[in-house]
Every structure is written in C-alpha cells, then in structure tokens.
Ligand binder design. Structure first.
Ligand SMILES: CC/C=C\CC/C=C/CC(=O)SCCNC(=O)CCNC(=O)[C@H](O)C(C)(C)COP(=O)(O)OP(=O)(O)OC[C@H]1O[C@@H](n2cnc3c(N)ncnc32)[C@H](O)[C@@H]1OP(=O)(O)O
Length: 287
C-alpha cells in the first residue's frame, strides 16, 4: 500500500512539468503555484527544483480535517513533481501552527474523528517516508501537530522567541505512536519521554540545546534561507540512493505503524473522547 502511494500516476503533474519544461526551454525562472482550496499552497521554484508547502489557514493554522486533507494532497503533489526537496512553512506571521483545531476534537463525531486520524496517518507516511530531502521553516509558535509535522522533516530552522513542542499531556491526551516514533527519531528516547510526559513547550534556545531544531533564525526569510542551504547539501548526492537510505533508516517505524493502523486510530479516538481531555477542550473553548 505504501509503495502505491509513492508511485501512483499523477494527473496534473504533466501540466506542471510542461509549465516547468517550457520555462526552462525559454530560459526563464518561474514559480508554479498549485492551489488546493487555498488551505495549503504548493510553490515550485523551477530554478532549484525545491517545492515550498505553505500552511494557509488563518488565524492560527489549526488542523481540522480539511487542512489535513489539503496537506495530504499537497504532499502527493510534491512526490509526483519529483521535487529535489521540500520546505514546509506557514503563511501566518509568527505562527507556524497552533496544532489541532480544538473544535475538531470537542464533542467530536467519532466517524469524522477516525477519518481525521486516518488522513494524519497518510500525511505521516508521505512526509516521514518521503525520499526527497525535507526541511521545516518554522516562522513562529509551533505547539502540537505542527511540531509533529516539522519533526517529520530532516531539518528545522526556527525563528527566535517562538515555542515548539507537543503539549498534549497538558490537555490530558495520551500521545499517539507516530508522534512518539517521530520525536524519538530526532532526539533521544529519554528526552522524548521527558518532553512528551511533561508536555514541554521549548523556547528556541532550549529546542536547539536538546536537538529538536537545528538552527535559530533571525526572521522568517532567514529561516527559509537556512532551509534552502540545508537542501543544497544534497545537490551533488545521487537522489535515488539517498532516498533509499533515508527510507531504510525510517522503515521500521513505518512498518510498525502500517501494521497497527487500526489500533493506532482506536487509541487516538479513545484519547480524544476521554472525559479528562474533553473537559480541557471545553475549558479552552470557554464552554
Ligand atoms: C500529531 C500529534 C498528536 C497528538 C499530540 C497531542 C495532541 C494534541 C492535540 C492538539 O493539538 S490540541 C491544540 C494544542 N495547541 C495549543 O494548546 C495552542 C493553543 N494556542 C496558543 O497557544 C495560541 O493560540 C498561539 C500561540 C498559537 C497563537 O497566539 P495568538 O496569536 O495570541 O492568537 P490567539 O490565541 O488569540 O488565537 C487566535 C484565535 O484562534 C483560536 N485558536 C487558537 N488555537 C486554537 C486551536 N488549537 N483550536 C481552535 N482555535 C484555536 C483562539 O481561540 C482565537 O480565537 P478567537 O475567536 O478568540 O479569535
């Protein structure tokens, strides 16, 4: 099933390639913009072949089902485009994402909640398991799910005075396995356990110290430039063998989740619907 995700034939890719090829033939540099209901924007820089995937759900990029689906489609797009690299970022000044939309979790319809988690799992397989190089340009606060997606990337630059972490413990949510595996792939098991059981939101300095981010940036354009510089490191590395190695490093985590998708979904639904979590959501929403 995973393999099919990565090799499915693109429909609108031919159009994108045609635009890019025509531009190259005409010796122009163009940026191709593909719009998925405006919730996630995909821009391809035809000069360096890097795709920028931009979360665009003001005011705080909270993840509801629709944003999750748009991200999933955007990641398909990047894969089909054979991008040389991808930068994940946000359009909102000072906020990367607030995490899950609490309105999606509070008194949730179980069927929709299951679909929500299933799409999140899809996004995880696509991003964590991507063969192209990935970087997150974290332009502002990034608690919870946005942090999760940033951690799926190979590199993170975050602007100073932002906070990042998985704060689910504070809301009475037990942390699902994809999150645990992903954080553990970036920092040690000990630090992962500590961060997740305390729901720590790290300052940029502390995030750098513990290894959750790779660089601190002065502003969003500096963060973006640092991400591009990271992707440039693979310019002369043959992409197929690079991608294979990356996948091999991450393979075990993905196999485990693929084999236990249903259980992972059941656990998430149980965690969200538990009364402790529901009263935190109610308090957040002022109910
Ligand atoms: C994959 C990981 C799986 C599991 C991990 C654990 C599970 C986690 C579940 C979650 O993700 S729950 C969400 C956790 N997020 C937070 O607790 C962050 C809460 N928000 C903030 O700290 C701040 O909003 C901010 C720092 C992100 C931005 O601050 P600021 O610029 O001052 O904006 P406001 O706080 O005024 O927010 C504007 C507007 O947006 C509403 N809002 C904010 N966050 C959410 C949200 N998560 N869901 C729904 N709505 C949200 C906020 O209430 C404001 O609404 P108004 O109507 O008052 O304008």
């Amino acid at each position: 099933m995973l393999l099919r995700q990565f090799t499915r034939a693109p429909n609108n890719m031919n159009l994108i390639r045609r635009i890019a090829t025509n531009a190259i033939l005409k010796n122009q540099t163009v940026t191709t913009n593909i719009d998925y209901n405006q919730l996630v924007l995909v821009d391809v820089n035809d000069k360096n072949g890097y795709a920028t995937v931009t979360l665009n759900r003001p005011p705080v990029n909270s993840f509801n089902l629709e944003l999750m689906m748009a991200l999933s489609r955007a990641l398909d797009q990047v894969e089909r485009n054979n991008s040389r690299g991808m930068i994940l970022t946000s359009i909102i000044p000072n906020i990367f994402s607030t995490g899950f939309d609490i309105r999606e979790l509070y008194q949730a319809d179980e069927r929709r909640l299951r679909e929500f988690w299933s799409v999140l799992q899809d996004c995880w397989f696509k991003l964590y398991g991507s063969t192209y190089p990935t970087a997150a340009s974290i332009n502002g606060h990034n608690p919870a799910a946005g942090c999760f997606f940033a951690l799926c990337c190979e590199y993170r630059a975050m602007v100073r005075n932002s906070k990042l972490g998985i704060s689910g413990a504070r809301l009475g949510i037990s942390i699902p396995l994809p999150m645990i595996y992903t954080m553990r792939s970036v920092i040690s098991t000990r630090q992962t356990e500590l961060a997740l059981t305390t729901g720590t939101l790290f300052t940029s300095d502390d995030a750098l110290k513990v290894g959750l981010i790779d660089d601190i940036a002065t502003d969003r354009s500096d963060a973006f430039a640092k991400c591009e510089a990271f992707l440039d490191r693979f310019k002369d590395i043959p992409p197929v063998s690079r991608g294979y190695t990356k996948r091999s490093v991450r393979q075990k985590d993905m196999e485990e989740i693929a084999a236990n998708r249903q259980r992972d979904t059941d656990e998430f639904v149980r965690a969200v619907l538990n009364p402790e979590a529901q009263s935190s959501f109610a308090a957040f929403l002022g109910k």
